[in-house]
Design a protein around this ligand. Structure first.
Ligand code: 13P
Ligand code: SF4
Length: 300
């Protein structure tokens, strides 16, 4: 494994490439990445890098976001089939139909969505900035896609009327308040952190609601020693690496996203050698999608 990691580092240098990885991907991929982060951090880094090539270790919508922000760069997704089931729960046609029913209502779209859906939206958001984005809009009604749970979380933090969309993360959505409370009862004194993709009743019993990188920051600064983690299990690796003296308990082992685990070191080597797996967003979609993503970044 070490030899493969060295090979990746050499290839990245040779090709003037940067490797970005989401906090959920396999540990060995996080180890070799130039930057690990949440969706917001990764989009900002993708926009700012001088590298000519971005290798994105995450899922398809993340590589698309990098391509939207950096059309002059080559964006590679080592396994092009790595997708996000929640992103597939809103399509261009279904969103266009809903917009027609809600004329004048701005659309706030979670970055976990296709470029074509972003192109039909007024502004994007991530789990790290959703409340800020919704509250910064002048309108007093918004339509949020595709995550119903994230939208309900935003609704609990705003006076605006929030129109929901029936999308959800198939992993975060499996966590129930009963299951979370049972884990809490077993570990009295532990702090329960939940991702806003979890159902509202779970967020109600959470001590902290944060994006993945928000959780990493919170734990680092906390004086507590035990944490219950209500998000995809991949985050346990960076949490344990960065805080070896602290204890982390997954709220549920069912929160394991297969798509986030698809990219292996060998796939990264192959894509750097062949440049297969390029993700490029056509200009007629990229330009309106960029407007929605840039509006979000400007609000951070
Ligand atoms: P964040 O890392 O932005 O919290 O996103 C979570 C997620 O589910 C990404 O697919
Ligand atoms: Fe999509 Fe959920 Fe997987 Fe994130 S964890 S990529 S939201 S299915």
């Amino acid at each position: 494994m070490e030899a493969t990691k060295e090979k990746i580092k050499r290839l990245l240098k040779e090709k003037n490439a940067i490797l970005l990885a989401h906090n959920y991907v396999l540990p060995e991929v996080q180890d070799v990445a130039d930057l690990c982060g949440d969706s917001l951090e990764l989009s900002i880094k993708a926009a700012a890098t001088d590298a000519e090539v971005i290798v994105f270790c995450g899922v398809h919508f993340m590589a698309e976001t990098a391509s939207i922000l950096s059309p002059e760069k080559t964006v590679l997704l080592p396994v092009t089939e790595a997708g996000c089931p929640m992103a597939d729960m809103v399509t261009e046609s279904s969103l266009a139909a809903r917009k027609a029913e809600l004329p004048g209502v701005p659309v706030v779209t979670y970055v976990n969505s296709s470029a074509a859906v972003k192109a039909l939206s007024d502004v994007c958001c991530t789990s790290a900035n959703v409340v800020k984005v919704v509250n910064s809009l002048e309108a007093d009604e918004v339509l949020m896609t595709p995550d119903r749970n994230l939208a309900q979380y935003a609704a609990s933090k705003t006076d605006k009327k929030v129109h929901l969309w029936e999308g959800y993360c198939p992993f975060h959505n499996t966590l129930s308040a009963e299951a979370a409370l049972a884990v809490k009862a077993k570990h009295p004194g532990a702090i329960f952190l939940a991702h806003p993709e979890c159902p509202p009743e779970v967020l109600e019993v959470a001590d902290v609601v944060e994006s993945t990188s928000g959780m990493l920051r919170y734990v680092k600064e906390s004086s507590a020693d035990t944490f219950i983690i209500g998000t995809e299990v991949g985050i346990l690796y960076p949490l344990s690496q960065q805080n070896p003296e602290k204890t982390f308990i997954p709220a549920s082992l069912e929160m394991a996203c297969a798509d986030m685990k698809r990219i292996r070191l060998e796939d990264i080597v192959a894509c750097l050698e062949t440049f297969n797996g390029e993700v490029k967003v056509p200009e007629e979609i990229r330009v309106p999608a960029l407007s929605a993503v840039e509006k979000m970044i400007a609000m951070v």
